[in-house]
Design a protein around this ligand. Structure first.
Ligand code: PEP
Ligand code: MN
Length: 262
């Protein structure tokens, strides 16, 4: 179902009023984790005025260490729903368990994180809902494995799947992961599904996010997922890779200019 041969035309996924794929480019941005009402609203308003079309924010955070901040959970989703109402931006947030689905009623795009790309019970449950899904590539997954994970959702009857390249683990240790940009044009050959890029988790360092975001846009990504924080030094999660709102706004202008010329 995911293959280009099965479905010639590009799939366009609707996330609230935003379109992703088939020539529609979607900028998604926001904090790694929802931390407070003030933090979320400040960031949401700034990314909206910079041109973001979808607000990101983690409420359930899959952390490598069980001792790290694991998100505001239900309260985080309530704050996202408030930000959604205040800004009119649709929201994307990570779901880690099918049991949490009822809590995600006000979330427009359900994110499956890299760690859960092969959580088949979760994928099957998302196949039964009508909401779009942002499926992140596992850090050790091949493109074939990513597409087979997408099949779990598609074969359940949910056609609204967006793929996300977010870096894979290699021997190169200068960055958090290695952004596999050739996956973007290659996936476009293999599948009709939209492909977005998350440079933030791939590089892990704010200074490297803008150049890789631009590179992703240049090689045909259908959108970007970018972490933004108003106070990165005090962020509860992934501060090192968060762009300041003004740096995100500058990047958004560069992306718009790049899209004009390509
Ligand atoms: C995230 O987007 O918040 C996240 C945890 O990303 P990943 O699953 O790609 O590590
Ligand atoms: Mn993060």
């Amino acid at each position: 179902l995911s293959s280009r041969a099965a479905h010639g035309a590009d799939t366009v996924v609707k996330v609230g009023p935003a379109l992703v794929g088939g020539g529609h480019f979607c900028l998604m941005a926001g904090p790694c984790a929802v931390e407070s009402q003030a933090q979320l609203l400040t960031i949401a308003r700034s990314v909206r005025s910079a041109g973001a079309m979808v607000l990101r924010g983690g409420a359930f955070k899959p952390r490598t260490s069980p001792y790290d901040f694991s998100g505001l959970q239900k309260e985080g989703l309530a704050l996202l729903s408030l930000a959604r109402r205040e800004t009119n931006l649709p929201v994307v947030s990570e779901i880690m368990s099918p049991n949490d689905l009822p809590l995600f009623e006000k979330v427009d795009l359900l994110q499956v994180g890299a760690r859960n790309m092969q959580n088949y019970a979760l994928l099957r449950a998302l196949g039964r809902v009508k909401k779009p899904v942002l499926l992140k590539r596992g850090s050790g997954a091949t493109l074939r494995e990513l597409l087979l994970s997408a099949e779990y959702i598609l074969s359940g009857g949910n056609e609204n799947v967006i793929l996300c390249e977010r870096g894979i683990r290699t021997f190169s240790d200068g960055t958090r992961s290695t952004l596999d940009l050739s996956a973007v044009p290659l996936l476009h050959e293999m599948t009709h599904l939209p492909v977005v890029v998350d440079p933030s988790h791939a590089v892990g360092r704010a200074s490297l996010v803008p150049p890789m975001a631009l590179a992703a846009a240049a090689c045909g990504a259908d959108g970007l997922l970018i972490e933004v924080h108003n106070d990165p030094l005090h962020a509860l999660c992934d501060g090192a890779q968060a762009l300041l709102p003004e740096d995100f706004a500058a990047l958004a202008r560069q992306i718009a200019a790049l899209r004009e010329v390509t």
